[in-house]
Every structure is written in C-alpha cells, then in structure tokens.
Design a protein around this ligand. Structure first.
Ligand SMILES: Cc1cc2nc3c(=O)[nH]c(=O)nc-3n(C[C@H](O)[C@H](O)[C@H](O)COP(=O)(O)OP(=O)(O)OC[C@H]3O[C@@H](n4cnc5c(N)ncnc54)[C@H](O)[C@@H]3O)c2cc1C
Length: 501
C-alpha cells in the first residue's frame, strides 16, 4: 500500500511498511554543508548515508571560489604567519555591525569563536593555503595568495567600529578554482571515512511520525520513490532557492529584474520546503546576496556612483554586495558611474557595459545621458569641493579613494542591472543567491515558529538562515564559511542524538 502523503514534501511514517534501507544519519545534499556534516557525523562514529540529486557531489560550493571569512581568536594560522593579529572581539564587532537587527547573536559568537580553528580544519583536509596576502581592493585573487580583504572592513561605517584586517581565506591556486580544490579534498575525506554516497537520488519528502519526529526520507532513486529510515536524524543541506522562480516571486519579488540567479541548478529550495512541511519556521526569505561587481579594476573606486537623479547614494569603496543592496533601492534600478579619463577602464567583471554619456564637461555628460538638468553638475560640484581636501562628508568614502573629478573627458557608465552581463551568467542582472531559509539553532536543530525543536530534523548551509543575513553587510566568504562551519556542527549534533529505531 502506498504511504500517506500528508502534504507535498511530507509522508506519514506510520503508513510505511517497506523500507529501502535503514541507517543512523541521512543527509540530503552533498555540497559544502552536507559533506562537512557527513564527515563529522562519520568521525563521531555514526553510520551516514548522503543522498545527492545530481550525478556527483559538489553543489554551489564546488562552483565557488571557496573564499571563507575567518579570523578572531588571535588570528588564523595565515594571520599569525604574516604577523597580523585579529581578536575575537574585533571580528565580533565587525560581523555584528554587518547584520544589525537581522543578526543571530548566538550564531555570530559561535562562528567567530570557532573561525580560526575552522581554518585549521580546512587545511587539515589537504586544501593548500599559501601564507601570503593580497592587499589590493579585489574580489578574489587570480594569483596564488590565500588571504585578502573581502568585504567592507576598510569602508565606512565598518572601519569606525572594528580595526580592518583581511579575513577572506581562499585555497592557493592560479585562477578561480578554490571550490573545486576544496570540495575534492573534503569529499575524498568523507568517502575515506566510510560515509555511503548515493547520487542521482532526489529527496522528495520527509517521513514524520504522529509525535512530530522526523524518522527518515522519501527519495526518488532509479525512477521510484523509496523510503529510508534515519534512526538518529535527517540533515537538510540542499542549498538555497535561487533557481526556483515561484519561490522567488513569493518571497523576494523585489529582486526580479535586478538579480540573475547564481548557483547550482538544483538550488530549488527542496530542503526549505521539506522543513516547512514538517513544521519548521523559514525566516529572512526576502534577503538575497546581490553582487554589483564594478571592480576590479580598483581605480574605478575614484569614480562616483549616481542614480537616475544624478545623486550619489553610497560610499563607492564598499563591498559589491552592499553596493548591490543599495543599488536595488534606487528608483527603476538606474545606476551609473561617473569617471574621469585617467581612471577609466571597463570592469573586467562585466562583459558589456553601455556608456550612457561622455563629454569634456559634466554638463555635456548629463545632457547626453538624459539626467535632470543640473543634477549631476550639482553632485560633482559638491563632491569636488570636499574631495579637494580628501574628504567625503556625505558618504565618508575613505580619503585614499577621494580626489576631484575634474579632468575631462568624462564618461558615465551604465550599471543598470538590465544592461550588465557577467561572463558566467546568461541573462543580464546582478549576480544573486538567496540568504533566507529554515530557522535553526547553532547545533543545527530546526525550529518551529514557536521556537520548539523538531525532533530528528537538522539543517545547515543555504537551506537555513545561517550567519549571512543580508547583502547590506555580506562579505565574500560568509556563505561557504557558514555552510561548512554549521554543517560540521549539525553532523556532530546528530551523531550524538538518541537512536529511535
Ligand atoms: C560561482 C559562485 C561563486 C561563489 N563564491 C563564493 C565564495 O567564494 N565564498 C562564499 O562564501 N560563497 C560563495 N558563493 C556562494 C556559496 O558557494 C554557496 O552559497 C554555498 O556554497 C552553499 O553551500 P550549501 O552546502 O548550502 O549548498 P550546495 O553546495 O549547493 O549543496 C547543496 C547540494 O544539495 C543538492 N540537492 C538539492 N536538492 C536536493 C534534493 N532534493 N535531494 C538531494 N540533493 C539535493 C544539490 O545538488 C547540491 O549538491 C558562490 C556561489 C557561486 C554560484
């Protein structure tokens, strides 16, 4: 007899008589969070089965640069080797400022206190890290350094709250292959530790008993729905929902037309939907990382960003996701950068950019671009008056990036999302992935809206609302750092959970 489907993504456990197999821990999704969870659960002695929808593991983590945001506790091994000191309080102050009221104080503290040791864990897998830093303003190093400034550390308001220190840690390599190097090393350890990996297996539902305990999963394997018992628990690590248009329309409609989905094709929100079906709370679902990558080249930071009213709206030396956040708030998403000839070089992050206006005077540029008469001229006059003293009283761009925009010819470059196209994306728009998901404790236990734990259910990575809460304060490395850090914790928690056979 077919088991009762209580609702999509949920089957009634008591109605299942025929189990395909039984194990202690079932992990749904073999990306960064899932592999980290599998390794720790296995190292703690639990039997682990990982189900992966694709034909192999890796997920978005494998596609990534694998930059991890790490520091605190006196610094990571790289900081120490380079004579840089970071403190837990300094990193705590920075990350707390990043997420403001969105932040989860317990998650932030737990992450910060364990971040330096998390670097040691990553390196212990055999991932190569070079004790060298790149201090330029960049997004990822295309050379082999392993440490860089990633986010807003040197920009207002963060530089007033915490001492800037680079915290982006990337595997040492030529090119942008960090994710592949990291995932290959991690998956090798998972498999050597004895976890069973079943690819081409899409988890399609949770098995929940009458008491509310999650007892296993339903998975599509070889075209058939099969039922797998998990005596200690199920960990959902199926990534975010950026590829699920319906979920984006429902939860984050403001990013439509602004963001181009950036991720793994199976970022369809399956894990989040399963969690919700079992009674979980999903939070922060409207928040998305939006990457407005105008740099490198770093010298474009000397320019000013303006909206369709010819007015500035941000300090230009801030991180690309913060720029994306504020760009999304401008009317009609109209965003332009004004640069003078000596700083002009089209960003190599964008494939094609439209020059909205050029001229030997700002008035000419303004007229060609069709901005309101006098608007850009007023902005530049005010900016230049203070820039002559290296100051930016309006947005407090750091003085090393402030100089008058006075030597023509000038160009106004369009960064309107409908006109930017990245080499990786097929459609125009700022690169985007989701940040919202299931509400969890630092242990990985999944919570209901009332704050109760759903027994037997755990989650990590972009299936959860983890450490990164909003693009406004996001820094490169916060997603892979969070997914692997809290994935490990979820694996440790479930391995120690009581068995229910
Ligand atoms: C090109 C690119 C570069 C990036 N660079 C960085 C970076 O440098 N630093 C950073 O912090 N972040 C970066 N990010 C974001 C980051 O990679 C992801 O947010 C993060 O890796 C997500 O990890 P995860 O474990 O939650 O999901 P994933 O690694 O995507 O793993 C989820 C897995 O679940 C599987 N799955 C989905 N549904 C099911 C199902 N129903 N059943 C079974 N399996 C399922 C998927 O196939 C996938 O393998 C980048 C993203 C991209 C796309």
């Amino acid at each position: 007899m077919a088991p009762t489907t209580v609702r999509p993504w949920l089957r009634r456990y008591e109605t299942i008589s025929d189990f395909y197999l039984s194990t202690e821990v079932v992990i749904c999704g073999y990306g960064g969070a899932g592999a980290a969870a599998a390794l720790e659960a296995r190292r703690a002695g639990a039997d682990v089965l990982v189900l992966e929808r694709a034909s192999g593991g890796g997920g978005a983590t494998q596609m990534s640069s694998c930059e991890m945001y790490l520091g605190g506790s006196g610094g990571t091994a790289i900081h120490k080797a380079l004579g840089m000191e970071d403190t837990t309080e300094n990193m705590l102050a920075y990350i707390t400022e990043c997420f403001g009221a969105h932040g989860d104080a317990e998650k932030i503290r737990t992450y910060v206190e364990g971040a330096a040791a998390h670097f040691d864990w990553a390196e212990s897998l055999g991932v190569p890290y070079k004790r060298e830093a790149i201090m330029d303003r960049t997004v990822v190093p295309f050379t082999d350094e392993s440490l860089l400034f990633t986010g807003n550390e040197r920009a207002h308001p963060f530089n007033k709250i915490a001492t800037p220190i680079p915290r982006g840690h990337v595997p040492s390599k030529e090119g942008d292959e960090g994710g592949r190097i990291f995932m290959q090393a991690l998956m090798r350890h998972v498999e050597e530790a004895g976890a069973i990996i079943q690819s081409d297996a899409r988890v399609v539902g949770l098995l929940q008993d009458d008491e509310g305990r999650v007892r296993g999963v339903a998975a599509k394997i070889d075209g058939e729905e099969r039922y797998i018992k998990a005596t200690r628990g199920v960990i959902l690590t199926a990534g975010g929902f950026v590829m699920n248009r319906q979920m984006i329309e429902k939860h984050a409609p403001h990013v439509i037309g602004l963001g181009e989905p950036y991720g793994n094709q199976w970022d369809l929100g399956d894990g989040i939907q399963m969690g919700i079906a079992a009674g979980a709370n999903a939070i922060n679902m409207n928040e998305c990382f939006l990457s407005f990558a105008f740099y490198p080249p770093a010298k474009l930071t000397y320019g000013i960003l303006v909206n369709g009213r010819g007015q500035r709206f941000i300090n230009e030396d801030t991180y690309l996701a913060r720029l994306g956040h504020y760009a999304g708030l401008q009317d009609n998403h109209e965003i332009y950068m004004l640069v003078q000839n000596e700083d002009f070089e089209l960003s190599h992050y964008m494939e094609r950019l439209r020059i909205a206006g050029t001229g030997d005077t700002i008035a000419e540029v303004e007229a060609e671009a069709g901005l309101p008469v006098g608007s850009l001229q007023a902005t530049v006059t005010y900016y230049n008056e203070h820039a002559a003293r290296g100051e930016d009283p309006l947005f407090q761009k750091e003085s090393n990036w402030v100089k008058p925009i006075a030597k023509g010819p000038f160009a106004l470059v369009s960064y309107c999302p409908q006109e930017v196209k990245y080499p990786l994306g097929e459609n125009p728009g700022y690169l985007m992935f989701t940040l919202g998901g299931l509400e969890t404790r630092v242990s990985g236990e999944v919570l209901t809206a009332q704050g109760d734990i759903i027994p037997g259910l755990y989650a990590a990575g972009r299936t959860t609302a983890g450490l990164p809460r909003t693009a406004k304060g996001y820094a490169s490395g916060m997603s892979v750092g969070d997914a692997t850090f809290f994935g490990r914790r979820a694996g440790q928690t479930v391995a120690a959970a009581e068995q229910h056979s």
